[in-house]
Design a protein around this ligand. Structure first.
Ligand SMILES: Nc1nc2c(ncn2[C@@H]2O[C@H](COP(=O)(O)OP(=O)(O)O)[C@@H](O)[C@H]2O)c(=O)[nH]1
Ligand SMILES: [Mg+2]
Length: 541
């Protein structure tokens, strides 16, 4: 299915707006696309299927455009003048039955003059007299440019002395493909045959192989010898004003406009840069990070050590909640200082500069990593805090903890066992003594030895427990280190994630534009072929 040109322009503008909203390009960069011309001759009419051919006279000041229109009308509908500048308005000459539904929106109504006729044989053409394009008045040029998209056939009028007129010529070259062209060398009474030949040569250069050029003379005092092909011009235009020609011109105009739109989109796509370059930012970032990471871990060794000492001193006299608040506060200021933040910013800035040098717009990546910039301190604080809390709840390793438990039990059981054994020995001794003839008691040796036994049974697990108890400082240090490493890792990872997300957006925007470009090219492969040397073929670039 072929897409409507005006719909494609709407889509292209929507795409440009999205690119700008997502900060992938500035408004200035996509200016052309944002204000892209969506109008065409058919958009003037409520029912484009049965519309007249729109023919306009275009050319420099005083070449005779208005005179030609008046001659067609058989009356003075357009102002003509000897004194420059002349016409400042657009004059429309058409059949009374023709209704223009949508006048160009940016055109002031007082700049349009309408003359109607009731000649049914001229019903199929709207004739338009344009203001002088080369006039000093900027508003005249503007008026011509506003009307141009609505014109099917441009009758480019020149005079013998002004046929090399630069401004109008440039317009012809720029607008060439979008319209059909007919040329009139007016004021033939003032010209030479060489000028006519030279004019045709110029047209060849502009790309017209076999241009249709009429010579006309509108002088009131013209003689029979002067060339005047005005009637031929009128007849030719009447012959062209068929539904078939209008359809062919619309088709052809649509194709040319779509091809131009697709070109505009292709060049606008450059603002996005290539997704391959976006992906290349990931290895760059990893490399950048390696040196940053090492530097930071070294630099933070001292503040971490100090914080661990702080934990060792304060862990016993602070409740868990107080410890959290206090330490989180402390970590914020102690661990991630201005120096660390500015090193991180350096690394992120290097990433943005790299993006720029790879031809990528800097703003999206800048915005993507902005949250990392802001949250680095928080991430470091939270991760180290969590990790140190875990470490302090369960200090030491598994073996250490198992041995401590054993020592704890042994501290109770061993002295009790020793006391039990001593008690038993005392009892046995007492019992044996009661049976003996001469009663005797346990000696001093026994008393000393058993006391020592009890003391050792108690002291041994006590010291073991003391020795095995892991130091709070060591545990805190380990927790802080682990927390720092994991925080740094998550910062590195977050940046990679942001680069990936950015690349996805870029690819999505590119695909969106590609879709419109493809739609523009659809059905355009076989450009409308016209029979060779047919009038229409001769009129098109
Ligand atoms: N000698 C001569 N004068 C012409 C011819 N056509 C127009 N003029 C005069 O040239 C002047 C400018 O014509 P006009 O139609 O206003 O030019 P426009 O600015 O292109 O609309 C007027 O005085 C016309 O009478 C022509 O074929 N021969
Ligand atoms: Mg005029």
């Amino acid at each position: 299915m072929a897409y409507e040109y005006s719909d494609l322009v709407v889509e292209a503008k929507g795409w440009a707006t999205e690119v700008i909203n997502r900060s992938w390009a500035s408004e200035a960069k996509l200016q052309d696309l944002l204000h892209y011309e969506a109008r065409s001759p058919e958009t003037l009419f409520a029912d484009p299927s049965s519309r007249p051919l729109i023919v306009a006279f275009l050319g420099g000041t005083g070449v005779g455009k208005s005179t030609l229109l008046n001659r067609l009308a058989g009356q003075d509908v357009a102002r003509t003048g000897v004194v420059r500048p002349t016409s400042k308005e657009v004059t429309l000459f058409h059949h009374a039955s023709v209704k223009i539904a949508h006048l160009p929106s940016r055109l002031p109504i007082d700049k349009i003059k309408v003359a109607e006729h009731s000649d049914a044989s001229k019903k199929h053409i709207i004739w338009i007299d344009m203001p002088d394009f080369d006039s000093a008045e900027q508003s005249n040029q503007q008026l011509v440019l506003e009307w141009l998209p609505h014109i099917d056939v441009l009758v480019y009028v020149v005079s013998p002395e002004r046929y090399r007129d630069n401004k109008a010529w440039q317009l012809l070259l720029a607008e060439g493909g979008k319209h059909a062209w007919i040329f009139v060398l007016n004021q033939s009474d003032r010209g030479e045959a060489e000028q006519y030949q030279d004019f045709i040569k110029q047209l060849h250069k502009a790309g017209f192989n076999d241009p249709i050029v009429y010579q006309s003379c509108c002088a009131t005092d013209k003689t029979a010898t002067q060339i005047d092909e005005f009637d031929d011009l009128e007849t030719a235009m009447q012959a062209l004003a068929t539904e078939n020609t209008v359809t062919q011109l619309e088709l052809r105009g649509g194709q040319v406009r779509k091809a131009e739109l697709s070109k505009a989109l292709v060049s606008a796509l450059e603002v996005l840069g290539s997704p391959a370059s976006s992906k290349a930012l990931i290895p760059f970032w990893h490399k950048q990070w390696q040196s940053f990471d090492g530097l930071l871990v070294d630099a933070m060794a001292l503040p971490i050590q100090q914080l661990a000492e702080y934990y060792a001193v304060h862990s016993s006299d602070l409740s868990a909640k107080e410890l959290d608040n206090h330490s989180s506060h402390k970590i914020h200021h102690g661990l991630w200082d201005k120096w660390a933040q500015s090193r991180l910013e350096d690394a992120l800035d290097a990433l943005i500069i790299q993006a720029d040098s790879l031809g990528l717009p800097a703003t999206p990546i800048k915005q993507a990593v902005a949250s990392v910039r802001e949250n680095a301190q928080k991430i470091i604080a939270e991760k180290t805090l969590l990790s140190v809390r875990k470490a302090l709840i369960n200090p030491g390793n598994v073996i250490q903890r198992a041995l401590i438990k054993t020592a704890f039990v042994a501290e109770i059981i061993l002295p009790m066992a020793a006391m039990g054994w001593v008690g038993y020995q005392v009892f046995i001794e007492f019992y044996e003594a009661s049976l003996a003839e001469i009663p005797h008691y346990v000696g001093v040796d026994f008393a000393v030895n058993s006391s020592m036994l009890i003391a050792i049974a108690w002291l041994l697990p006590y010291f073991l427990k003391k020795k095995l108890k892991p130091s709070i400082e060591k545990a805190a240090l380990k927790g802080l280190r682990n927390g720092l490493l994991s925080a740094l890792q998550s910062i590195e990872f977050e940046v990679v994630e942001q680069i990936k997300k950015n690349t996805q957006t870029q690819e999505a925007l590119q695909q969106q534009a590609d879709k419109i470009i493809n739609a523009c090219q659809e059905g355009n492969d076989d450009l409308l072929m016209l029979p060779e040397n047919s009038p229409l073929e001769r009129m098109l670039l």
